[in-house]
Each structure stands twice: as C-alpha cells, then as structure tokens.
Design a protein around this ligand. Sequence first.
Ligand code: ACM
Length: 765
Amino acid sequence: MKKIIFLVAMSLYGRAFCQVNIVPMPAEVNLHTGEFTITPSTKIIVEGTNLEKTAEYFNTYLKKNYGFVLAVQKNGPEANSIFLNYDKLNDAIKGAYNMEISKSHININGDNEEGVFYGMQSLLQLLPAKKSNALAVPQLSIKDYPRFGYRGVHLDVSRHFFTVEEIKRYIDYLATYKFNTFHWHLTDDQGWRIEIKKYPLLTSVGAYRNGTIIGRYPGTGNDNKHYGGFYTQAQIKDVVKYAADRYIDVIPEIEMPGHASAAIAAYPQLSCFPDEDTEVPKGTVWNGPTKGKQVQQTFGVFNDVFAPTDYTFNFLQDVIDEVITLFPSKYIHIGGDECPKENWKRSAFCQQLIKENNLKDEHGLQSYFIQHMEKYINSKGKKIIGWDEILEGGLAPNATVMSWRGEEGGIAAAKDKHDVIMTPGGWCYFDHSQSKYEDSVTIGGYLPIDKVYGYEPIPASLSADEDKYVLGAQANVWTEYIGNEKKLEYMLFPRLTALAEVLWTPKEKRSWPDFEKRLPGIFKKLDFLHINYSPAYYNLQANILPANNNNGIMAALKSNVKAALIKYTLEPGTATKTYGQPIPINKNVKKIVAYSVVNGKKTPAIIQSISINEATGKKITLASPPSSSYSGNGPFTLVDGIQNQKGLQRSNELLGFNGNDLEAVIDLGKTTPIHEMSLHVVQQPGSWVYPPASVSFYTSSDGENFTLLQTVTNSSTAQNIVFSTQMAASAKYVKVWAKNAGIIPSGKEGAGNPAWLFADEIEIK
Ligand code: ACM
C-alpha cells in the first residue's frame, strides 16, 4: 500500500514539475486538474494597496506579447478575475507569496508588495509561448518564498555602453527571474558613465574614447571609432524608478582607487603623476593622441590609479554626494579590486603618507583609502560594498565583501563577521564561455549552464553560525567582449535562469535533472520573447578522458539531444563512423572531427587536434592544486593530448596557478626511454600571466628519488611557449617543476601582484 501511495505521489510530483515550468521553481507546487483561461474579458482586481504597478506590469507584458490588456479594478466579481492582495506569511526574506489558480479565478497573495509581484511573474511564466486571445494556465496551488535576500546581477557599462532602453530591458530580465538587485558598474578605465554636475569633464571627456582594440587583448588592431556615452542624472533617476517598480534595488559602483583612467583623463590631478602620459600597453594599437591623460582603448589593469590626496578624497566625496541623491540603495559599491601599487611606490607623497600614518606598505595605503571613503559613506547613512581585495591590508569596519577571486575572500569575511555576496569567477562570471568550442570572442573561462546550476552560495567550510553572513550571490557581466545587446543576451541566457534557481529555490528542491527537463520550455519561452541565448546546451560536446589503467586517452562525445546521431572521423583517416561509446585514441590520431545530425540537419563540427606522447593519459599528481577558477579538467589537463592554441580564450585547456609553482609527477607505468621533455605554457602579461622563471625536469625509477636533468629558461614573447630539454635517459617517473615568476616586477603589467602561471601540457618523447 505504501508503495502505491509513493508511486502516485511521485507521478504527481513529476507532472507538477514537467507541466509547471516556472523558473525559479517555487518552493511548493500542487498541480490540480483543469485550467483557467485568461481572455480580454478577464479582470485584474487590485485589493491590496500599492499593487497597481504590478497590474500595469502584467498588462504591459500581455500587450507586448499577446496584443491585449485586462481591465484593472478595485473590486469586482470572483468569476474570471485575477485578485492581487496580501496574506500574512511572516517570511524572514521579502517576497513570499501564495498563488491559487482555480476554475473560476486566480488569487495572488503576497507577504508584501514584492511577493505579489513575484506571484505575478510566476503567472506570466505559466502563459503559453504562443500568441493567442485565450491563455490557458493550469489550476494549481503554489506556496513560494526566496532562499536568499540578495539575488544580484551586475553589468559593466564602461567597457561597452548600453542605452537606457537596453538597461530597462536588462532590468526586466532580472525581474522575470525574481532577481532583486542590479549592480551597475558605472566607472572604469574605458569610460565614466554617470553625470556628476560638479565635475562636467568626467562625462564630456571621460565618457569617450578614441577607439577600441579589435578582438581579444592585446588585439589585432583598433577600430578607430570615437566611442562612448553616459547617463544624465535624470536618466539615472528614471532607471532607478523603473527598477524600483520591479522591486529591484540598483547599487551603483564608483570604482576606486584603481580602474580610474577615465576619471584621470578628465581630471589629471587625480593621478600621482598628472604630467605623465597615459600608458599604452605593449601590443595595443592606439588611435588618436597618446600625449597627456587618455581614456583607455584596451582592456586590463592600469598603473595610473587615484592618488590618495586631499584633492582626490574631496573629489570622490563630492561624487558620492551626488550619487547618493540618485540611488536610494543602502549600499554604494566602491570597487577596490585590481589596484596596482606601482605609482604609489614611486610617489614621494604616498611614501610620506604611509610613514605618517604608520601604514605597513601600499596594501595598508589601499586599506587607508577604502576606510577613509567608508567613513564618509557611513556618515551619509550608507554602507559600502567592495571586491574582495578590500580584505588586504585590513578590512573597513562595516564593509560588505563581494568575493570574486574564488570563495576564499567570502569565507574570510564571513568568519570575520562581515556580510558577504558571493560572485566567484568559476561559477558566477557570465563573461566566460558557455561552450568549450565558443566561436565568438569571450574573456575565456568555461562556465556551462550545469556548472552555474550546481553552484552553492554557502561555502562548505562555514559554520552554521557563519552562514548567515552570506547574503546571496550575483552574476557578473563584464563587457570587454560584449559590444551589443544581442551578445549581452547570448552571454546572459540561459545561465541567468540557472542562477535564479540557485538563489530562490529551496536547496533541497534544486534538481539539475528536473531543470534539464524544463530547459526546452525555457528556450521556447525565450524564443517567443525574442530573447537571444547561447545554444551551447544543444551543441555536441567532446571530452577527452584517460583510458582505463592510464593507458592513453579516449574521446567521449555527447549530445543533450536524445535523438541526435553522432558521427566522427579520426584524421588522418577518412572513415566516418557512428558514435556509440568512448573512442580509444591511438598515437596516429592527429585530429578528431565530430558532428551530430538532428532531424536530418548537421550541427557545427567540433575539430579537436590531438598530440599523443609518452605522458598522454598517464597518472599525474600535483604537489599543490591550481586555482579553483582555472582548474581545467583537473591534473589530467596536463596530459590530455590537447595543446592550447588560443591562450586564455580557451582557459579550460589550462591549469592556472596564482603565485604558486607547478610541480607535477607523472607515472609512465613502466621504464620508458626518453629523449625530450617539455612543458607548454601560456603568456599574457596584460592579464598578469607570465611564463615560469624556470622549468626543471627530473627523472626517477621509484617515484621518490628524483634526479635533476636540466633547468631551462625561455625568454620568448610568444603567447604559447614551450620549455623543453633533450636528453638520452630512461625512467618510470618524471617530474616537472615550473617555478612561478613570483611577484611581478616594477615596470611590468600587474607589477606588485603574484604572477599567474598557466600551463596546458607536459610532453615526454
Ligand atoms: C573583477 O572582476 N575585477 C571584480
């Protein structure tokens, strides 16, 4: 008997999940039989106060997508009506609601205004993805509430500018998926985007650049186009109101003390060295004058940062004074990330300031800077948020930390009883590629939708008591390589829907298999709404795996389309075969070419070059792990037969070590004659990625006692570099020890910071 009840319950549950495609999935859904149909004669009855704007939102959506609106009334008959009202739910986090869809009417009862708005969003998601005058929705009961109080999405409008209309559409995407915070990154090296009346040059000069690099940093040229734009204060107020009507708090970011080139171009006195020309990074093709201070035309991190002078502090305080009149948010984000200390080191004024204030060093000066601004912002009744670098040199007393370089900053801040917003690069950076074979230019990384969905904002290492400091999480959308709205949508979707569920749905209810079942419906809705998205989920995926017993490698091909027929060719051979199981790749294979056929149509082919050697697929261990943000496919990445050719654009092919050495031991399985050992690395100084200072190669017969064969250096300036040595040896084990370049020296990009070491492959021949 019990078993039968269980099966019935399971089938109802399954039905509810398949038919109720609401994202994020509500806390509780009970699906009933039958439908309610919204037609032009249906009424919206606004019973609770202040709910007219929610009714208006509903009508705007109906008008735009279905071509009709509903009458909005204060009262009316029960039949054929949608009632908006309140219920006392007493939820700790704002936004809970109950929704009841019966045969005759719909009730949406929120704990508060937000709750009613979210209930209405859920109802909109139930509407069919097809234009009609009769919109049937299933009869059901929903009890719903958010898991986290901070559900954020960020947008960088400095690298590329987005118009007020585009920002409003962006805010609507956030509202659709029940996000409640828009982090507006308004200032950076490539453009200052907010009107400040006291400092008009910030926008007349700082909002425009004379050109932009073409392609990925350092670029293949310059587009030579005058580019820019800014928001007037009236436009900012309009956007803030638009967002508030959708229960979205707008947090402005005014970046300091780094990423200040645009402000400095407008007011050179903000620099430690007002008379020095703006740096043009090596390899950048510049357009227009290079004399004096210029708005940046390329991307990265620049040494010309704010000088911690009275002039700068007064300037920033004046800016903040105007900013707080525009943004009702209790937070002002003051940036704080990626501030090179080079100029502070060279500046007699800064060195004197360090001495006078008994600061330890330039990190102490950064903390002094942030604490000065925090005190001012606190005195205006606001709190600061800063990127996790604000932990360095001492955290400002009331600061909220945004953890972006992994989870560590967030963990440290929560343990120190500071509020935290999690935005770790490996899970929350929507500027990363969604596919390993992404065609369009991106910043790199590899963040597919299932990885976003699997993100857990509460780090496992926090105690139950510390969990409460994690307010929530946020997607960051940096726009170096996102130059228009369609690309912005492509980078945002479908990942935004996954993060929405991470932040809203109860943890125990979050289920990737269930979400995956709902994805076709999500795509259908996005199509209906004319929103662009990445089709990466449906692309053929190739994974190179170690073969059994570390005996070489295999290629596993996978499509999320059940009916897809997968075909492949192992070149230089010419035979095309149908894929069944992982394919053993022998040493003659140079290339795997694969595609799938769906409904008779070929999907774009994957072409993967392979280079097999004695190390390929062998057991590899690392003395210390790579950074969690650049951990590729684990240590196997270094022996997977894939040599990187596109640098950080394909960072999933690399392991990244921040300040640390790479020390790898490979077990070749048997004593093997060796005549060459190599380590392949990537160099990209603009991203603080430097080749190792040296690479040492060792052999061993027992895996414990190693003999040093040679230590080599390489001063090539190429993007892909091979450190190599030749010998006549034989060994069962080899060790490769790449010494990190260490703290980046003065005069080089990223000076003063630990260098990144990125490696893609170890070859033994
Ligand atoms: C950041 O991504 N630089 C915060």
